[in-house]
Design a binder for this molecule. Structure first.
Ligand code: ADP
Ligand code: ZN
Length: 439
């Protein structure tokens, strides 16, 4: 009886602006759902073998004996071997965007789709999005989860959704102006590009639009980039995290306090592990995020290694929500590159360069090797207003960026300043790093 009350309370969660489930109840619910997930997973060919000796779990410590599921597992096995039910019960398939290699396929039952939409709705509601908003979804529709995922969640709240998809910037701007868009969902790199485009055509990002909120995710970006975007558009920018393997966007989302992302612990069990040893780490310790689906029926994933690096924040949020927060994703373990023996993430470089007011919105990192030595080059776009003649005159700025980078990443890079509009742009996920050593 007790359990049922908790569950029905959770179904309505997104309708409440404050999700405050008692911690003890949340733990009970998680344990119950973990066992559900393990049992249902055993019905699939893949987990049937893997979990056959796992009995009912009585406390979270026992999880350690369950093996991780990896991206490799998804890529190397028949996609259908993860299904727990007949294909006739599956209503949708998505696949990852394939940023790193082949695609993984994720299957959803009708209930899975509904549950995902509930979660996304909960996220949107949390940041004040309501029925009278006009939502332009500037993410790719199709196999990528960013389009349909947000679309269904927004419809659940009853917002007018403009399924704009990605690209065709001129049309996007026309839609935003004509339909008075108040909320957009977009990647950080595309939003930076749009800001530039709007200025180029002589409009003001902050005055010629009705925007109030941008939901920005799908790739890592720094706090400085958020601030830059908020200043350019005079809007609130909220970070949205997700991955197709865990449905898609809406796994974790920032609340109005913008200090970490609440991860919906009633739907995902989270662990942080040391990516090298697999050892479980504590709160406030940085490592790889491992997630277990707690409610998915068509294709549960148990202890899935996301490859994303973050930490669970120990401090509880002032907003009152009890779902714990994770830190903004630092990068993926496979994003990381090693230059002269030092581990570097693109996000570290981005955080440094975006602090400079002269720096515009685009940058690129190139790694090469000459005579056995690694060479790191950071190309940075500079706003036209900061130089009159040749960009080469900005020696002082170049030197300051170089010094700041060196302080942060412990490697001295070559910094190349280029004019705005020089570097390649993208409307999907940005490819910031070109490692010529691998070519
Ligand atoms: P792919 O792995 O092919 O890119 P997805 O399209 O499912 O597949 O992308 C999910 C990944 O995108 C996450 O694992 C994470 O690395 C990245 N990602 C998504 N949202 C964010 C975010 N808000 N911040 C940082 N990285 C993110
Ligand atoms: Zn909060």
């Amino acid at each position: 009886m007790q359990q049922r009350q908790v569950s029905s309370f959770l179904v309505d969660f997104w309708e409440k602006s404050i999700e405050t489930i008692d911690e003890k109840k949340l733990k009970e619910l998680q344990l119950e759902r973990l066992n559900y997930s393990i049992e249902i997973a055993k019905k699939s060919e893949f987990y049937g073998q893997k979990l056959k000796d796992i009995k009912k779990i009585k406390n979270f410590d026992e999880l350690e004996k369950i093996p991780f599921t990896t991206k490799e597992d998804l890529l190397q096995n028949n996609p259908l071997s993860f299904l727990t039910t007949d294909l006739k019960n599956i209503v949708r398939v998505h696949s990852s965007s394939g940023t790193t290699g082949r695609s993984k396929y994720i299957f959803y039952t009708k209930k899975d789709i509904e549950n995902w939409a509930d979660l996304v709705a909960r996220c949107l509601f949390m940041v004040g999005i309501r029925k009278n908003d006009i939502f332009q979804n500037m993410m790719s529709y199709g196999l990528f989860t960013g389009g349909l995922g947000l679309h269904y969640g927004a419809e659940k709240i009853g917002i007018l959704v403009i399924p704009a998809g990605v690209g065709n910037t001129e049309k996007q701007i026309e839609l935003m102006r004509e339909l008075k868009t108040t909320v957009i969902h977009i990647t950080p790199s595309y939003l930076l590009y749009i800001a530039h485009y709007i200025e180029e055509i002589g409009l003001s990002p902050s005055e010629d639009f009705n925007l109030k909120t941008a939901i920005v995710g799908a790739e890592p970006y720094s706090e400085n980039t958020r601030k830059k975007l908020e200043n350019i558009f005079k809007i609130n920018v909220y970070n949205c995290y997700g991955l197709s393997e865990m449905n898609g966007p809406g796994v974790a989302f920032e609340c109005p306090y913008k200090d970490g992302l609440h991860l919906w612990e009633d739907n995902y069990y989270m662990e942080i592990i040391d990516p090298k040893t697999g050892k479980i780490l504590g709160e406030n310790e940085e490592g790889e995020l491992v997630l277990t689906t707690l409610k998915r029926e068509g294709m549960p994933l148990i202890r899935y290694r996301t490859g994303d690096l973050t930490k669970i924040l120990r401090e509880r949020c002032e907003c009152g929500r009890t779902h714990r927060k994770i830190m903004r994703i630092k990068g993926r373990s496979d994003d990381m590159f090693i230059v002269k023996g030092v581990n570097i993430f693109p996000s570290q470089i981005e955080a440094v360069i975006m602090e400079f007011p002269e720096v515009d919105k685009n940058y690129q990192i190139i790694i090469d090797r000459k005579g056995g030595l690694d060479i790191l080059t950071v190309q940075v776009e500079i706003k036209k207003e900061f130089f009159k003649g040749e960009i080469n005159e900005l020696r002082d700025l170049q030197e300051r960026i170089k010094e700041k980078l060196k302080e942060k990443i412990f490697v001295s890079p070559i910094v190349e300043l280029v004019e705005t509009g020089t570097l390649p742009t993208t409307t999907g996920k940005a490819k910031r790093v070109i490692d010529k050593r691998r070519l």
